[in-house]
Structure formats: C-alpha cells, structure tokens
Design a protein around this ligand. Structure first.
Ligand SMILES: *Cc1c(COP(=O)(O)O)cnc(C)c1O
Length: 419
C-alpha cells in the first residue's frame, strides 16, 4: 500500500497491515521468520558501511534481525513513536532502559508499589552498582518534588500498580519532571498502547512487557522500549554527549548502539513472529477482556464473603477520576479483592474449578493468584508492608471466557469455605 493511503488508516487497521515491509520472494502474507544469525556481503566496503551503521543492512541477529525489526516497525507506526526497541522479556526492557540513563551516584525516583521483580532490580541489583532509589508517594506532588535532586536520572512508575491499583496523575508528574529536567519513564504493561496513549500524558519513554497482552495467549516472553523522543537529553549528565550524533535520540542511540547490543537480551525472530500475530488481535482482545473484567468486578462486589474489590474503573474507587482521564472506560483486565484472612485466600484459590492457579497477566485464560505468598513470597513481612501487599488479597487476570462462567466459579469458591 502507498504510504499516503496507509497514513489515513485507523490504528486498528494499522495493527494488521504494515506499509514498509519489503516484498517477499514468494509473496507470503506474513513476515517470514528469519532464523539466521549472520548476513552475507558482496565486498569489504559494504561490510564497513553496514557494521558502522552507515547503511541499513543487518549484520548479526543479536544487534538486529528482519523479523524482529518488522515487529518493532509495526509498533512504531501504531504508537507514532520515534523508536521501538524489543527485548527478550519485560524485565530486560526495564533493566536496559535504566542502565542507559542511570550511573553510580545517581538515583531513580519511584513508588515502592512496583512489580516484584522490578522492585528487586531497583532495591537490590541497582544498589550494588551505586544507583540509589528514592522511594516516594507518587500521588503526592510535594513529596515527589522533595525526592528529586540534581542526581536524579529518571522518574519511573507503573501506570496502574499491581496489585495495589494505585493510579498516579501523569500530567502532574510530567509537569514536575519537565520543571526539573528529569525523564518520565512509565511501565504501561497493564493497559496496552491501543487503549492508552502514553505520549499524550507526557511519558517520555514507555516500557511494556509484551509477554502479557501482546504475545496473544501467553505464547512467549518479550519486552518493549518505546521512545517518543520528547525528552531534552541536554538535561542528562550521562547522555548529553550523544545529542545530534545519530538518527536516534540520545537515549535510543545509547540503548541501540551500546546497552542492548552489549547485554544481549535481544528478542528472537520466532518470538517476534508470534508477537506480530498477537499484535493483530490486541485491540479486540483487550476490549473484550477489559469489559468482562469491569462487569465481573462490579458483580462480585455483592458476594457476601468478598470484603472489598479493587478496580480503578469502578466509580467508588479512590482513583476513579484520574483513571477515567487517563485510560477511559476500562482500567486494564486485572482486579483484586480481599477476603477475611490468608486462610480464606488460600481456601479460595484451592476451590477454583475453572480459573487457573497461575501467575502471568492477560493470558486468554483467566488466572488467579495470592500475590503475598507467591510474587512477593520471598520478601520480608516488613518489605511487604512497605509495599502494601496484604495477605488477604487475591489477584484475578481476566481472560476471554464468558462472564457467567467466571462469576459462577468465583462465587462457588468464595462461598464454599466458612471464612
Ligand atoms: C510481567 C511484568 C513485568 C515483567 O515482564 P516479563 O516479561 O515477565 O519480564 C514488568 N512489569 C509489569 C507491570 C508486569 O506485569
């Protein structure tokens, strides 16, 4: 399709059609899986150009690969980002991003309400390399301002924290970040970019675990770094030297030409193939799962043994207004609820008949987990308390089953025990 015609298509159509892919020798409709490590050249001069980044040929698949590049370019057109870089997991995307912006003696501002492994990466892994954490309440702008200093390398947040379901006001945080010259980095795994436009709310760098919604049925691990090139890297002591040196932002240049290449956590071509297929149904699957999630959360609120339901798109939720502003009608396809005790929570999990006992989010199947004893199970009780992880909480990731079947399973599991 011609570029002009492609540009006027809706984003849902763009999920399915890519304007720039080279013509395949056999006219295959899907991008072929290029399971190749290295690429052949005609002469030394061509090799030099490709290896020094002066021509676009692939040289080695840890650095770039045609199938992976196709996946990235599709996301680039859907998000209107300046650059998209894929990784072999969401954690690799987070680690590579932070290693690109942070330095020994620098610090990251974040809430302690974080995905368990991200918390461990920040509080333990980074600490050993001299990067400090300034944990603060991101819903309190004054506290955020006092946490930022001249060595702050980034403000990092999750758009809906899991499992606390806290929603910080991104426009407020973005205003603070701009005033202090700090990049705003957001993990948007909980609401995909088809439903939430991170750049419109001042996010400079978006990170997503593509393992979740994008993979399309928990087929594979993957991670994305989406750079909107909205931050002025002149403000970064570490990256200001890279400004205007390449076709990329200073950040993308640092990741592409150094961190991603040197750490080697690249997405593999087969995963890129599966996740490109996942991308094609992302918008439809998300809408369906999020709708079921909201209706289910509303319905189970009335069950006698369920003490409280936590989902930001319900009108009685403390973050309802900000959630509506940022995410619209739905706030992801995950909710939590509290039972009377840890024993009641274990009883509930054991009683489930249809809903699977598993971690992960946004599989096509609905999944239940007791976060305190699993994802946060190796943390001390003190750390769990500082992260507001309760022993009474159950987390449900909603899939594509019929709402009646899901409701009936939750109702029977909650009713069976004498809590
Ligand atoms: C799962 C998850 C991650 C980590 O992603 P992986 O692909 O499992 O490495 C990071 N952030 C959030 C919010 C997640 O749910």
């Amino acid at each position: 399709m011609e570029k002009e015609n492609y540009d006027c298509l809706s984003s849902e159509t763009k999920l399915l059609h890519e304007a720039y892919s080279a013509k395949d020798a056999y006219n295959a409709l899907n991008m072929p899986v290029y399971h190749a490590v290295a690429y052949d050249f005609d002469n030394a001069a061509q090799m030099e150009l490709a290896f020094t980044g002066k021509s676009p040929e692939h040289v080695y698949s840890r650095i770039s690969n045609p199938t992976v590049q196709h996946f990235e370019s599709r996301i680039k057109t859907i998000t209107n980002a300046a650059e998209v870089i894929s990784f072999n997991s969401g954690m690799a995307a987070i680690a590579n991003t932070i290693m690109a912006v942070a330095y020994s003696g620098g610090n990251i501002v974040a809430s302690p309400h974080l995905f368990g492994n991200t918390y461990s990466f920040f509080a333990s892994t980074l600490k050993d390399f001299g990067v400090e954490m300034h944990f603060c309440d991101l819903t309190n702008p004054d506290e955020v301002r006092t946490c930022i200093d001249k060595n702050t390398c980034a403000l990092f947040l999750e758009i809906i924290t899991n499992p606390q379901m806290e929603v910080a006001d991104l426009r407020v945080l973005s205003g603070i970040c701009k005033a202090y010259g700090v990049p705003l980095i957001a993990d948007t795994t909980i609401v995909p970019f088809t439903a939430f436009r991170a750049a419109d709310f001042g996010v400079d760098i978006e990170i997503a675990s593509s393992t979740k919604y994008i993979s399309g049925g928990a087929t594979s691990l993957g991670g994305l770094v989406i750079d909107y090139n909205s931050f002025d890297w002149q403000n970064s002591k570490k990256l200001n030297c890279l400004i205007n040196q390449t076709k990329w932002s200073a950040f993308s240049a640092k990741v592409r030409m150094e961190i991603h290449r040197n750490l080697g956590a690249c997405m593999t071509p087969h995963v890129a193939y599966m996740q490109t297929i996942g991308l094609e149904t992302l918008s439809v699957r998300y809408r369906q799962a999020a709708k079921t999630c909201k209706e289910l959360a509303q319905k189970i609120e009335k069950l006698p043994n369920i003490l409280s339901v936590n989902y930001p798109a319900l009108p009685n939720h403390p973050y309802y207004a900000v959630s509506q502003r940022q995410f619209g009608e739905y706030a992801g396809a995950m909710f939590t609820f509290d039972l009377a005790s840890r024993e009641a929570a274990f009883g509930f999990i054991d009683n489930l008949k249809l809903i699977r006992r598993a971690t992960n989010l946004f599989d096509n199947k609905t999944l239940a987990i007791h976060p305190a004893s699993t994802i946060f199970g190796t943390f001390t009780e003190e750390t769990r308390r500082s992260m507001d992880i309760s022993q009474n909480t159950i987390r449900i990731s909603v899939g594509l089953e019929s709402i009646d079947d899901l409701y009936n399973d939750i109702a029977q599991a909650a009713e069976k025990q004498n809590f």
